[in-house]
Design a protein around this ligand. Structure first.
Ligand SMILES: [Ca+2]
Ligand SMILES: [Ca+2]
Ligand SMILES: [Ca+2]
Length: 228
């Protein structure tokens, strides 16, 4: 049992190291207009320090969120997308674990965006191959996190319901998320020339950190016993 925990910990550590080797900023690439065309950011998570990833959201038992101005960039793996609107929607894909908190923060929107909406979809089910999970409110629940330039910039914390691939859709603020179909998205794209940045942060599960700590401690004990 102890050996299994140690091996799991090493695998976790190796995975964490691998996912932190590449730069965390991704340039948006078209076409990415629907979740079937989503641009993956999965290989671009890192623990690089960023001053504008400074808002922590913790989910309460009553499903509300406690939000504090805390920089999470050095302990929560994150990827950043730099994008420019061309009249179409933009979709990005990342992987997460059931129960994990993902924080999606939009920053540095140019006046050309004139307000954007973010929608999150899960890939595992749904009549079109993806299931609508959540959407940002037109009234942000963070007044002015670092990097926010418009009062309508969306900030969306979400507790992931399943383990798997998720999609973030960026559209015009007028989009009605739950009515989306494969044809609806063509009418609610981000304004042509409008620039924005999205940070996707995955908050580590306390249990994962504990498992890693136990595993490394177990390896250290085994090493001492072998040397003795
Ligand atoms: Ca920010
Ligand atoms: Ca697009
Ligand atoms: Ca923001």
């Amino acid at each position: 049992m102890t050996r299994a925990i140690a091996v799991s910990a090493v695998l976790c550590l190796a995975l964490a190291c691998c996912t932190c080797l590449r730069a965390s900023v991704v340039t948006e690439s078209e076409p990415n207009d629907y979740y079937t065309q989503a641009q993956s950011v999965g290989g671009h998570f890192s623990l690089d320090y960023r001053a504008d990833i400074d808002t922590l959201a913790v989910r309460n038992p009553d499903t509300t969120w406690t939000i504090t101005q805390t920089n999470t960039s050095t302990f929560a793996p994150h990827a950043t997308v730099e994008a420019t609107g061309d009249g179409t929607c933009d979709f990005f894909a990342f992987s997460g674990l059931a129960g994990q908190t993902a924080i999606i923060d939009m920053d540095y929107t140019s006046p050309g965006v004139l307000g954007a909406k973010m929608t999150v979809w899960y890939s595992g089910y749904g009549s079109y191959g993806g299931e609508y999970i959540a959407a940002s409110s037109s009234t942000p629940n963070v007044a002015y996190d670092t990097g926010t330039t418009l009062s309508t910039d969306p900030f969306l914390p979400i507790e992931l319901p399943e383990t798997g691939v998720y999609y973030i859709g960026v559209s015009d603020i007028t989009a009605v998320a739950y009515s989306w179909t494969p044809t609806y998205y063509t009418r609610v794209g981000v304004k042509d020339g409008g620039e924005y940045i999205i940070h996707i942060s995955l908050i580590p599960e306390p249990g994962t950190v504990l498992l890693l700590t136990w595993g490394l401690a177990a390896l250290a004990v085994r090493g001492r016993r072998r040397r003795a």
